[in-house]
Design a protein around this ligand. Structure first.
Ligand code: MG
Length: 373
C-alpha cells in the first residue's frame, strides 16, 4: 500500500464569533492510498496555515511540505513517517504550526493502519488497559454565578462527576471569580471534581493568591493561569500552590512538555493530540509525564475526530484520570455533528471506540455544509 495524496478539508462556520470557543472552524486531514483506504485526522490550528504546511513545495533542498515528504511511502510505517515529517520541516517546524500539521497527518496514518489491519488504534498503540474513561464536562463560564451554577446543575443531571469552567469573564474581578466557583461548588456538592481554566489571565503572584482561595473550594486543578511561555512564573507558582497546576494545550513536541514539567513543575500536562505531534508524540509525552509522576489529561475541544483520537490515547496510557469533553450545549455543529457515531457519556464515563481505526467516520452532509476549500 502506498500513500497517494494528503488532503486538507477546511471547514468553517458562517461566523466565527468574538466569544468563539474554538469549535467553529476545523482542518480535517485525509490521507489517500492506492488501496482505496482513506485515513482521517485533524489539526486543531489555523486551517490556512496547516494547508500551507501540507502543500508547500520543496525548499533549501532538505525542507518540504508534508505531502511531498510522504507521498509514495508505505502508510503503515507510522513512526518512520513521523520522523521523516519532523526532520523534513526542521527549519520552519519543531514546534507550532508544523507540529500541528504533522499531528493531523499522524492521526490519519494511525486511523489508516487500523482500517488496513482491522484493529482499533488503541490495539496498534500497544493495547488498551481500560474500556472507558471518566469524562469531565468542559464549559465556558456564564456571565454570572447564578447562570454558571445552572450549567453545573445540568451537567450533574447528565451524569458528569467532574467539570471544568474557564475563560468568559474570569480573571477580571477576583471577588466575582470566587463567587463563580462558590456557586458551582454549592450546586454540585463536595464529591464532584471541579476544575478551573483561568485562560492565561494572571501573573504568578496573582495566581498564587487565587490558588490558595480556590483550594478552600476544593478545586481539583487550576489550568493555565499564566502565559504558556512564562515557565519561570510556573516554577514559582507550582512550588507554593496548594492545588494542582495544569498546562500544555498550546505546546507541541515532547521537548516542550519536558520543559513544562522540569522547569515549570506542572502537576497535570494537557497535550492536545491534534497539536502536540499526533498520537505518536502524545504517547511519548504521556510516558514522560508518568515517569515524572504527573498526570496526562489530553486537551480536547474541537471535532469528534480529536475526541476519538484522545480516547485511543487515554485507552493505553498509564494512570489516566480524565478525558476532556466539550459540555453538552457548548460545542458548535462541527464539534457535535461532524462524525458518527456520536459520543455518549454514561454515568460520567466515555467508552473507548472499538471499531477499526479511530472508529468514527465523517458525516458527509456536515462536510458539504461547512467546507470552504
Ligand atoms: Mg484550557
Amino acid at each position: 500500500m502506498r500513500i497517494m495524496d494528503v488532503e486538507v478539508l477546511h471547514l468553517r462556520m458562517d461566523t466565527i464569533r468574538d466569544e468563539a470557543n474554538g469549535t467553529q472552524d476545523a482542518a480535517i486531514i485525509r490521507v489517500h492510498t492506492d488501496a482505496g483506504l482513506i485515513g482521517l485526522g485533524e489539526a486543531d490550528s489555523s486551517p490556512h496555515v496547516v494547508k500551507a504546511i501540507i502543500d508547500a513545495p520543496r525548499s533549501h533542498s532538505i525542507m518540504a511540505g508534508i505531502r511531498e515528504l510522504i507521498v509514495g511511502e508505505d502508510p503503515l510505517l507510522v513512526r518512520r513517517l513521523w520522523q521523516k515529517m519532523y526532520d523534513g520541516t526542521l527549519y520552519f517546524g519543531r514546534r507550532g504550526a508544523a507540529l500541528h500539521a504533522i499531528s493531523g497527518v499522524d492521526i490519519a496514518l494511525w486511523d489508516l493502519a487500523g482500517k488496513a489491519l482491522g484493529q482499533p488504534v488503541h490495539t496498534l498503540l500497544g493495547g488498551a488497559v481500560r474500556k472507558q474513561i471518566r469524562a469531565y464536562a468542559s464549559a465556558l463560564f456564564a456571565p454570572t454565578p447564578a447562570e454558571t451554577a445552572e450549567k453545573a446543575r445540568r451537567y450533574l443531571e447528565l451524569g458528569f462527576t467532574a467539570m471544568k469552567f474557564g475563560w468568559g469573564n474570569f480573571g477580571q474581578d477576583a471577588e466575582r471569580d470566587i463567587a463563580q466557583i462558590r456557586a458551582i461548588r454549592d450546586t454540585v456538592g463536595p464529591r464532584v471534581d471541579v476544575m478551573v481554566d483561568a485562560g492565561t489571565c494572571w501573573d504568578a503572584a496573582t495566581a498564587a493568591v487565587m490558588a490558595r482561595r480556590l483550594a478552600e473550594l476544593d478545586v481539583f486543578w487550576l489550568e493555565e493561569p499564566l502565559h504558556p511561555d512564562d515557565l519561570a512564573g510556573y516554577a514559582l507558582l507550582t512550588a507554593i500552590s496548594p492545588i494542582r497546576i495544569a498546562a500544555g494545550e498550546e505546546d507541541a513536541s515532547v521537548y516542550a512538555f519536558e520543559e513544562l514539567i522540569e522547569r515549570g513543575g506542572v502537576a497535570v500536562v494537557q497535550p492536545d493530540v491534534s497539536r502536540a505531534g499526533g498520537l505518536t508524540e502524545s504517547l511519548r509525552i504521556a510516558e514522560l509525564a508518568h515517569r515524572r509522576g504527573r498526570n496526562c489529561v489530553p486537551h480536547n475541544f474541537s471535532t469528534g475526530i480529536l475526541t476519538a483520537a484522545s480516547l485511543h490515547l487515554n485507552a493505553v496510557i498509564p494512570r489516566a484520570i480524565f478525558q476532556e469533553f466539550p459540555a453538552p450545549g457548548e460545542g458548535s455543529p462541527l464539534n457535535v455533528d461532524l462524525v458518527t457515531p456520536r459520543f455518549d457519556v454514561r454515568d460520567g464515563y466515555l467508552s473507548i471506540p472499538t471499531a477499526p481505526g479511530l472508529g468514527v467516520v465523517l458525516a458527509p452532509e456536515v462536510v458539504q455544509r461547512y467546507q470552504v476549500e
